[in-house]
Design a protein around this ligand. Structure first.
Ligand SMILES: [Mg+2]
Length: 212
């Protein structure tokens, strides 16, 4: 018997373009301005810096870290506000959350820092739909790739793995790790059809309504 549906946020409910704009346009443009560099050159440099850390490291998600590392004076909240128009729900998100919210406890389990999560839920008006909103990195000090993240979430919610469904767009963090713990996990793959990969895959959020 399922009780809880856990959603990733970026690339799952909210279009990943927002994060992309903050990280790959906002920070590089600040850098280009400060150091008198062409934007494209600044972006290539900064992306290489991000990649040298990788999304398995908590530092990847810490905007204060990067602003400090690049000696940029802009406040994180200002950067997040600047691109707020790009905070857009993905197709079906509102309907799926509304429909499943009548039958299940809904939670957010995101790797994004709390400042991003709150901004995105606030702008989309979805804050009130979730019983619990967890930023793995800000709240637990870990990345969702660690089994410990999901174990802690389960303990906090007082549920067993088979009582939870998780959905998200990262094959490892949102599928392989939780499903390894016995959580029914759905990998949201917009590219459609990853031949031969043994993952529970859906090509759109609304497919959740068919399988649950
Ligand atoms: Mg995601």
């Amino acid at each position: 018997m399922k009780k809880v549906i856990s959603f990733d946020l970026d690339g799952t409910l909210v279009d990943a373009r927002y994060g992309d704009m903050v990280w790959n346009a906002g920070i590089p443009s600040e850098y280009a301005k400060k150091y008198g560099m062409a934007f494209e050159e600044a972006r290539a440099f900064i992306r290489a810096q991000y990649e040298s850390v990788g999304d398995g490291d908590i530092t990847w998600y810490e905007i204060e870290h990067w602003l400090e590392r690049f000696s940029l004076d802009v406040a994180p909240a200002e950067l997040l506000d600047r691109y707020a128009e790009h905070i857009v729900l993905l197709p079906g998100a509102r309907e799926v959350v509304g429909t499943l919210g009548d039958r299940y406890t809904l939670v957010i389990a995101s790797n994004a820092a709390r400042i991003f999560v709150e901004k995105e839920l606030g702008e989309t008006g979805l804050s009130g739909c979730f019983s619990r909103v967890v930023s793995a990195t800000s709240d637990y000090g870990m990345v969702k790739k660690q089994e410990g993240f999901f174990l802690r979430l389960l303990a906090e919610l007082g549920v067993l793995p088979h009582e939870v469904v998780h959905v998200g767009d990262h094959a490892l963090f949102d599928h392989d790790v939780p499903s390894g713990l016995g959580i029914e996990s759905y990998y949201l793959d917009g590219r459609d059809g990853q031949g031969g990969v043994p993952r529970r895959t859906i090509s759109g959020l609304k497919d959740l309504l068919e399988v649950l």
